[in-house]
Design a protein around this ligand. Structure first.
Ligand code: SF4
Length: 246
């Protein structure tokens, strides 16, 4: 996200409190291996989820978010062969909802793949009236058990519009704070991870602490720096997403 801000505003300073606060999806898709994947699949239009590196964006034709991925893929000509990267779970969900065949890069988010199916089934038995809401980055076995699947913003809309009073939440648990603020009279249940310890907080996001925010504001450092040629190439598929969204 910090790199995307820099790509969109190259003349501005973009600070990241901890320069290692990346993303497992981005780490799962190294630029050189992705280039080889593209070369092995010639003639494909490349759609990349925004959670990827600037170098992978620079190799893409179109960037998407989890909110607009299905709509954007649906707008592409039917005969276009499409690579979708880097999240295979999101890609599978887009494939199902668009009816388009996608060539998937085999990446995934460590947070969304950590939830325990067994623990979810147990919670469903204990809370028969609760609804399961899930982010499409979750693996298929978990999505099969969801009542509603959507991006972060769509999950927040759903918990307000739906009549249920209890929801089991399959995404980064930081969202539960927002859900509770939005719907203080409703209940939100965190689903445990495979170890049963409810510790599926994103280890990357958690690197950005209040102390580090204060330090980076004082020192104007660490800041995001990207080669101009990468900024130029990566801007095009982001701009295409914005143009196709209106
Ligand atoms: S939860 Fe963390 S690792 Fe997963 S997509 Fe978001 S930033 Fe990346």
């Amino acid at each position: 996200m910090a790199e995307t801000a820099k790509i969109l505003c190259p003349d501005k300073t973009v600070l990241l409190p901890d320069i290692d606060a990346g993303c497992s999806l981005a780490n799962d898709c190294p630029a050189d291996e992705f280039q080889k994947f593209r070369e092995d699949n010639p003639g494909h239009f490349v759609v990349s989820y925004i959670n990827c590196t600037a170098e992978v964006k620079a190799q893409s034709d179109l960037i998407c978010t989890s909110s607009n991925a299905v709509a954007l893929v649906n707008k592409l000509p039917k005969d276009k062969k499409i690579i979708f990267a880097p999240d295979q779970n999101l890609g599978r969900w887009v494939q199902k909802n668009s009816g388009r065949k996608l060539k998937l890069w085999p990446g995934s988010c460590i947070v969304h793949e950590t939830f325990s199916e067994e623990a979810l089934l147990k919670l469903k038995i204990e809370n028969p009236n609760a609804k399961v809401v899930a982010h499409p980055e979750c693996s298929q076995n978990l999505l099969n058990l969801a009542d509603y699947i959507g991006s972060t913003s769509k999950l927040l809309d759903f918990i307000s519009s739906d009549n249920s009073t209890t929801f089991m939440v399959l995404t980064e648990p930081g969202i539960i704070h927002q859900m509770k603020r939005k719907e203080p009279k409703k209940n939100f249940i965190e689903v445990p991870d495979l170890e049963g310890c409810k510790c599926n907080e994103c280890p990357y996001m958690k690197l950005n602490t209040l102390e580090k925010i204060l330090d980076c504001l004082k020192n104007n450092y660490p800041s995001i720096e990207l080669p101009p040629e990468i900024i130029e190439k990566a801007y095009k598929p982001i701009k295409k997403m914005l143009d196709m969204s209106f």
